[in-house]
Each structure stands twice: as structure tokens, then as C-alpha cells.
Design a protein around this ligand. Sequence first.
Ligand code: GRF
Length: 206
Amino acid sequence: MTSSKTPVALLISGRGSNATALIRAAAQKDFPARICLVISNNPTALGLNVAQAEGIPTQVIDHRPFRKDRVAHEEAIQNALINAGAQVVCLAGYMRLLTDFLTQAWAGRMLNIHPSLLPSFPGLHTHERALKAGVRIHGCTVHLVTEIMDEGRILGQAAVPVFIHDTVESLAHRVLIQEHLLYPQVLRHFLTQHPPSLTGSSLLIA
Ligand code: GRF
């Protein structure tokens, strides 16, 4: 049976809660994506179990045997993506920096979710840094992936308030709830409105 849904592959490294949100969204009949493959660089990533339980093909492509050869690791990923027929790739907690090899191969077709309101707080430990900076509004961003980390075009953002008694954990939890809403919503827009217009980008405010 042919499907009008776009084949989308997910790259994960760990818990996989965003991958789960995308898998569940894609299980809906009217969602424009079908998840064709979940790849993890980490053999013990919990997200692999969720994907398998939902009947999604998974593949572990461990980076460690490739040692410092990041491009060779990405070539293995690229082969898997091509074999699965992926047309779009969503990074969902994928914890490795990509080289130009993959970012250029998927330019304009690779999305990432980042736990801050970019361009504020690119990189790691975003909730801790947001608390330290004393911002009153924090959130998450879905953006296109380029060779520069956390820098591609913003496709959607969700904002949450920062409360006076927030801890890293409470703030992370509030942001994560929004991540799970934002990523499927942005992917839906992206696939139905390609190329995405700036005015059409998603904005969620908790
Ligand atoms: C999320 O906070 C995501 O924004 C960031 O890494 C975390 C991954 O969590 N890129 P999960 O694996 O999706 O649960």
C-alpha cells in the first residue's frame, strides 16, 4: 500500500521522550509523517525500546568503533537513512555534534529540538544557565540543522515562565512538556508547508 505520508527518520541518544512524542503523533491517520527508522548511536538508549514497542524499525550505529572518524560514523548513518527511504531527519536528543557531511546531505531537511529559546543558550546545560541568567521566560526551539550548532533557521518555539522557586529539574520538566507539543506541531507545519514561511512558524506559550 502506498502512503502519502513523508518517511521521517529519528536520531536519538537516550531517553527518547521527544522521539516518543513524534512516533505517537505520526501514528495518527492525518499526520503527514511516518517514522521509517529510529537510529541511536547509543546501544542502551531507552528510546529504542519505545520505538520497538510501537513497531518502528530501529538501528544502533554505535559511534565508538569508529573512534575519531566522525565522518565514517555519519556515512554509516547516511546509508541507513537512504536504505530506509528517509526524506526528512529529526534529531531528538541526539547528543553528537554532526560534521558537514550529514548537515550538508540533509540541508533544509534536518530538524532539531533544543531546550532553550534560541539564540539564547545554545549548547548544553540550558536550564541551569537560564536560571543563573535570571531570565523570566525560557522554553524550547525547533530549528533547521546547519553546520553551526543550534544555529539554523527557527521553525517554532514554545515559551514557559520561570518561577522564583524553580530548580533545574522543575524548569526542565516544564520545558519538556512543551517540547513534546512543539516538535510534532512544527513537523506537521514543515511537511505541509514546505518551504516553511517565517510567519507560519509555530509559537506556543504555556
Ligand atoms: C531534550 O531536552 C531535547 O530538547 C534535547 O535533548 C533532550 C532529549 O530528551 N535536544 P529526550 O531524549 O527526547 O527525552
